[in-house]
Design a protein around this ligand. Structure first.
Ligand SMILES: [Zn+2]
Length: 453
């Protein structure tokens, strides 16, 4: 591979050179890898390559399509073009050997806080939130939903400030509080919880505002939940509830068996802060709510996941519908860390990898009614994560700093957004520098990568 050729490859006139520069993936030494082709596909012009990128030999987990097996995955024009036991490498412009790794739909984290940059201190519509791109691709996440940072009054600002400028796909649960998550002064103000303007804003942004959020409420009233459900009904989108302070006037049992609609989402389910567990057993109302179609989400966060709640619940069969982080500047540096760490916690509790992936891809996609996401069907957007299961001795920490040891954890090797590699931990798709000319310049090609240097 010659550096001058690489740099010329961005020019359409150089497609032939690009073809000549074809090289197989760098992991041909893997014991389970099929032999890589030793010769490039001769002088065929690039236009004969059916595929831009081929992920070869990985174990594909695609719960929507009931697939968990070794498969090749081919990508063309940003979409999944083929999934098959064997796809000819010669048909692809670029081949990456991912044998020994797991190929999954791009992870979907439906509880994050990414409305940052406003300069407001101590606020989830400000300094407590993070810019998504710094925290997503490195852990296989391609889609996040912000959980109520903005309300109808400041959603436009959130959109121009973060949503439109992120490479991560950013969706939003709109807060029922008009000012969003700007702290107690705003979030306890019943007068600013109005279904109509909230629903109106949601209807203006279909496919971006995908739900309504109520959170952090400390009063005895049902107003926040009732207004959120009303807004969700008007806009035909689900409601996500952080149930705030535990109040006898509005018990959890009534929330999940009476107030929420089927498809509404109860987050922070393993916090134990609101009678999720009674006398060491799962509150029977949660099973009843589940029967009605209420969704139960993890939302780990800085203060919403305890081993002494989660482990007994899992043993009783009360597993989460979706695995989410509640990512913010506090949780990411405390027990939560990131999406893969939270997924690792469920592996540690005995959930199968297939079930963990389902709850981080297809299930959340369905919960937020974005069924074009979260799977690898032919024709789907090629948002893809390539994960490694690492073996060793690892500690997983809960909200009170208690640790569970486990022999495995997940790591992200590659992330693709719209068919382009946007993260490559170990340079799986990259040439070894010794194989390049002394004065080599930028390697790669826009046909399969979208990394910024
Ligand atoms: Zn949250």
């Amino acid at each position: 591979m010659h550096a001058p050729i690489r740099s010329l490859m961005r020019s359409a006139a150089c497609v032939l050179l690009a073809t000549l520069a074809f090289q197989p993936g760098p992991r041909a030494q893997s014991p389970t890898a099929p032999p890589s082709p030793s010769t490039p596909p001769a002088q065929a012009p690039a236009s004969t390559h059916k595929y831009d990128l081929l992920l070869r030999g990985g174990h594909v987990i695609d719960p929507r399509n009931n697939l968990s097996a070794v498969r090749d995955v081919a990508i063309a024009n940003g979409r999944v073009a083929a999934v098959a036991a064997k796809i000819a490498p010669a048909d692809a412009f670029k081949v990456v050997d991912v044998s020994g790794l797991y190929v999954t739909p791009g992870l979907i984290d439906i509880h994050t806080h990414v409305y940052t940059g406003t300069g407001e201190p101590g606020s989830y519509a400000g300094d407590n939130s993070v810019y998504p791109d710094g925290f997503t691709f490195r852990v296989g996440v391609t889609t996040v939903a912000d959980a109520g940072g903005a309300g109808w009054r400041n959603f436009d600002d959130f959109k121009t400030r973060v949503i439109d400028r992120s490479r991560t796909r950013v969706l939003a649960f709109l807060n029922i509080v008009g000012h969003g998550m700007r702290g107690n002064t705003f979030e306890q103000d019943l007068a600013d919880m109005q279904a109509e303007p909230t629903a109106e804003m949601a209807r203006k942004h279909p496919g971006v505002i995908i739900g309504i959020k109520t959170a952090h409420f400390t009063g005895p009233e049902w107003t926040p939940v009732e207004q959120a459900v009303k807004a969700g009904t008007l806009a035909d989108i689900p409601v996500m509830v952080d149930f705030g302070s535990n109040k006898t006037e509005r018990p959890l049992a009534d929330l999940v068996t009476k107030k929420l609609r089927p498809g509404d989402i109860y987050t922070h389910v393993y916090s134990g802060l609101r009678d999720e567990q009674i006398d060491g057993r799962v509150n029977p109302a949660l099973f009843e709510g589940r029967k009605r179609g209420v969704i139960f989400d993890v939302g780990h966060g800085g203060g919403s996941f305890l081993w002494r709640i989660a482990i007994p619940a899992m043993k009783e069969g009360f597993v989460p519908d979706s695995i989410s982080t509640d990512l913010h500047i506090g949780s990411m540096n405390a027990g939560m860390k990131d999406q893969l760490n939270v997924m690792g916690k469920f592996l540690a509790m005995g959930m199968s990898l297939d079930d963990v992936i389902r709850r981080s891809t297809w299930n959340p996609a369905r919960e937020i009614k974005q069924e074009q996401l979260g799977h690898l069907s032919v024709g789907a957007l090629a948002d893809i994560a390539v994960l490694r299961v690492e073996r060793g001795r690892f500690g997983f920490v809960d909200m009170y700093g208690a640790k569970l040891l486990a022999p495995q954890r997940l790591a992200c090797e590659l992330t693709l957004r719209d068919g382009k590699i946007v993260y490559d931990l170990n340079g799986l798709a990259r040439p070894e520098y010794q194989t390049l000319p002394k004065d080599y310049r930028a390697t790669g090609d826009q046909r399969w990568e979208s990394t910024r240097r």
